[in-house]
Design a binder for this molecule. Structure first.
Ligand code: UN1
Length: 510
């Protein structure tokens, strides 16, 4: 059972939630006796969709479908795969408004960001469609005569894409489009609280003509469905974005099957504000970085490291702007920050705020918003703590609208504080000094460094990922995205018509 992406209820007119089955072999199916779960709008409690709680048996079926579809998809020329992706992108553009509203309804980010989420998906699908005419290998000289050496890319087989709720259309497409262009088939498991976005994304691929079995959807818990996918020997690559504890578990389980496991995990991303920074520019950047998506981006600015000469002035500017920051209905274009994504998120963030109150100075916010429409959703105040470096709130990922501000005396201290955490995803420095900016690019331990721009807002044609506990070395997006989803085959053609022995038959220079 399923409904289409442009159905009226996506536009906010539903009285009753739609029911979705699993998408297996090009068909929407509801296994007999299936249990269901629902997704809920975190702004007002509306039920957004109903989904099958997948079982190990369902995973077996869905992986079998992807496995069967693999040989034909592998044989499909990559430029042809790219044409199908272009059609996906075209249809996603047509569906952008409905999908953007759905993102906002299902996870609570404000509508401009909901639309941005979908745009990021479209951008990446288009980018990967072009990759179908590249997928470059190398030609390499041989040490012997009449020998031709090259590399070609081959798909890996069945890929499992396990995705988070914070970018419910963009991140699935980072993985799915890259996996498909390389010739893999995909089993996609969306985060349970944004399963509707996941199902609607699959629907667009279906309508665009992706052959049966090439992209499949299974919904359900990470503990059952996720683990069964990671444990299935037919799944050769697992691409996971989520929390560090789950990521570690996925890595260990995947290691048992000697799988390639790609991880995108947490962040504790700093903005360094030097004494020569353009403060009004930095103010806009910090507000967007810390409170965009209610602070629920892996790239969110969760630490502001400020030079003491501008500390008081900048904090004054920040709190003054926050006092005028509209929090409320995320579908209203005037709203600055919507709810956090779920009751669970609200509870975890409020727990951290309590920790912060004990170890640091609460400078702004700190409360759940109540009264009127707030009572129907999970609305928190944007929150600022003034803290010393080393407190829990200054080092642990909170994943909410909570900013830790740390005063430093000079650049060296700022870099020490920035680097002294377990994560290394995004980072930023605001300075007018070009030498210091380039110094920071070298010094900051992070996969991404911005100069005079916030920590969020990566573009799809650039590699995305981090160091330390943020991941295990891979990168998504950009042209390097194909590394995750392809094997390199080395090819050697000897046209000398005799046995030539590398390392043994050699010609020395005269
Ligand atoms: C994430 O939160 O995992 O750079 C992804 C950004 C977005 C992607 C964030 N383009 O903020």
């Amino acid at each position: 059972m399923r409904r289409g992406v442009l159905a009226p209820e996506v536009l906010g007119m539903a009285k009753q939630a739609e029911e979705f089955g699993l998408f297996i072999d090009g068909k929407w199916v509801t296994p007999s006796g299936a249990r269901h779960f629902e997704t809920v709008n975190p702004a007002d409690g509306e039920v957004v969709g109903s989904f099958v709680t997948g079982t190990e048996k369902d995973v077996d079926r869905v992986v079998a479908a992807a496995h069967r579809a693999f040989p034909a998809w592998k044989e499909t020329p990559a430029p042809r795969r790219g044409e199908i992706l272009l059609e996906v992108a075209r249809r996603m553009k047509m569906a952008k408004d409905g999908l953007g509203r759905l993102v906002t309804r299902e996870m609570g980010k404000v509508i401009s960001e909901g639309l941005g989420d979908v745009q990021e998906a479209i951008d990446f699908i288009e980018y990967m469609a072009g990759e179908g005419r590249r997928l470059f290998g190398e030609t390499v000289p041989s040490e012997l005569r009449s020998k031709f050496c090259l590399t070609v890319r081959q798909p890996k087989g069945v890929v499992a894409c396990i995705t988070p709720w914070n970018f419910p259309t963009a991140i699935p497409n980072w993985k799915i489009a890259a996996a498909l262009i390389c010739g893999n088939t995909v089993v996609f498991k969306p985060a349970s609280n944004t399963a509707r976005c996941g199902a609607e994304v699959v629907r667009v691929y279906e309508e665009a003509g992706v052959p049966p079995g090439v992209l499949n959807l299974v919904t359900g818990s990470g503990g059952v469905v996720g683990n069964a996918l990671v444990g299935d020997p037919r799944v050769r690559t697992v691409s996971f974005t989520g929390g560090v504890d789950t990521g570690r578990d996925v890595y260990v389980r995947g290691a048992q099957g000697l799988k390639m496991v790609h991880l995108e995990l947490g962040g504790k991303n700093p903005v360094i504000l030097m004494e020569d920074a353009d403060l009004p520019l930095a103010l806009d950047g910090v507000l967007f970085g810390a409170f965009g998506t209610s602070g629920q981006r892996c790239t969110a600015t969760s630490r502001l490291i400020v030079h003491r000469d501008v500390y008081d002035e900048f904090l004054g500017m920040l709190t003054e702007r926050l006092a005028r920051f509209p929090i409320g209905d995320p579908l209203d274009p005037k709203t600055g920050m919507g709810p956090v994504a779920s009751a669970d998120q609200e509870r975890k963030i409020l727990e951290y705020i309590e920790v912060g109150k004990k170890e640091a100075k609460l400078r702004y916010g700190g409360k759940k918003l109540t009264g009127g429409a707030y009572d129907r959703g999970h609305f928190l105040e944007p929150t600022i703590f003034e803290t010393k470096h080393g407190t829990r709130i200054s080092k642990e990922e909170i994943f909410g609208p909570v900013l830790s501000v740390i005063r430093v005396g000079d650049y060296a201290e700022a870099v020490h504080v920035a680097n002294d955490v377990e994560y290394g995803l995004s980072s930023a420095i605001y300075t007018q000094d070009v030498n210091r900016a380039f110094r920071a690019i070298e010094d900051l331990e992070a996969g991404i460094t911005y100069v005079n721009a916030p920590t969020i807002g990566a573009e799809v044609q650039l590699p995305f990922g981090g160091i330390k506990n943020t991941g295990n070395g891979g990168r998504e997006a950009g042209s390097v995205a194909v590394e995750e989803f392809s094997e390199i085959k080395t090819v050697v053609v000897d046209f000398s018509a005799r046995l030539q022995k590398a390392q043994i038959d050699s010609e020395t220079a005269a």
